[in-house]
Write a protein that binds this ligand. Structure first.
Ligand code: MTE
Length: 314
């Protein structure tokens, strides 16, 4: 896997310009200036013109580390529905039509519902939460996600006494997601959490980042973010959430059960069979750093796993 290393002179505009100014200037550049010059807009660049979300509450759960620049968060992605390379989603995800978008919540619940995502966004208090995302391939980012606790949605549908797990599904539409014409994974992409994990206040449904609606490559219009687990649990472009009695299938566990467990908690002591998980490289950094248990969220989530053998349940 390739990590681009920045050279000394390669300072990004976002690092030297206040965020709001940076975004509005890029908006101007992407729209006005490009049109004036008759340039065709690269779809990834056009993402910077995305609708602002607000007002946003700042969350007490936020990390205090330096944020990974917008440009990196939106151009170095994993989204196999649009290709296997990190640059593919930003180049290809313009075929996804994230609006209008329905989200079905069903299964072991008293009140199954179909929600229009824009309606949900309009009616839900949104927060900005700066969370680390740590991928299994040992790179990490710090992202100001915009979203709301998954628990608030789950409470709304009233889980029955049988509900033990929450299963998530991405859109299945090879016309919008051409990568689904290839058998890279079992489609649609699926993920799952135990109900108590899903109810934890750190688990959020994100609808934006850096104060704007989610760019397609980051999982528009709604994706999961579970900051103490490897990034593959953070399923993108969700159309269905189903509460279940049994542990659900998950895309990576089905593809390679020895490599990707159901829990996928960030754990520096349990290596991936093909590489160590002890260190990570923050995108943009030169040196690697030690990976923290539960991605540094141990004080909040360790009690969810008390008494469990985390080597066995990896
Ligand atoms: N969701 C879907 N539907 N398809 C994917 O391929 N990749 C996962 C996760 N969610 C993936 C997905 C992986 S492996 C990672 S590391 C994160 O998305 C990356 O999120 P980001 O691109 O916003 O950084």
């Amino acid at each position: 896997m390739l990590i681009r290393i920045r050279r000394a002179g390669d300072v990004r505009e976002s690092e030297i310009t206040p965020e709001g100014l940076y975004l509005s200037r890029r908006h101007f550049l992407a729209g006005g200036a490009a049109a004036a010059l008759g340039l065709s807009m690269n779809p990834a660049r056009a993402e910077t013109a995305l609708r602002a979300l607000g007002p946003l509450r700042k969350s007490g759960f936020s990390a205090t580390e330096e944020r990974t620049p917008y440009e990196a968060v939106t151009s170095y992605n994993n989204f196999y529905e649009f290709g296997l390379d990190k640059e593919d989603p930003a180049a290809n995800a313009h075929t996804l039509k994230p609006r209008p978008w329905s989200l079905r919540v069903e299964g072991e619940v008293m009140r199954p519902q179909t929600l229009e995502v824009d309606d949900l966004i309009a009616k839900t208090p949104l927060e900005e939460r700066i969370y680390r995302l740590r991928c299994v391939e040992a790179w990490s980012m710090v992202v100001p996600w915009v979203g709301f606790p998954l628990s608030s949605l789950l409470k709304r549908v009233e889980p029955t006494g049988k509900a033990k797990y929450v299963a998530f599904e991405t859109l299945h539409d090879p016309k919008q997601m051409p990568g689904q014409n290839k058998e890279a994974l079992e489609w649609p992409y699926r993920e799952g959490l135990r109900l108590d994990e899903a109810m934890h206040p750190l688990a959020i449904l994100a609808v934006g980042l850096y104060g704007r609606v989610l760019p397609n490559q980051n999982g528009a219009p709604i994706r999961l973010v579970v900051p103490w687990k490897y990034g593959f649990k953070s399923i993108k472009s969700i159309v269905r959430i189903r509460l279940t009695e049994r542990q659900p299938r998950t895309a990576w566990n089905v593809a390679a059960p020895d490599e990707y467990g159901f829990y996928a908690n960030v754990n520096p002591d349990v290596d991936h069979p093909r590489w160590s998980q002890a260190k990570e490289r923050r995108i943009g950094d030169f040196f690697r750093r030690d990976t923290l248990m539960f991605n540094g969220y141990g004080d909040e989530v360790a009690q969810l796993y008390s008494g469990m053998n985390l080597r066995r349940y990896f």
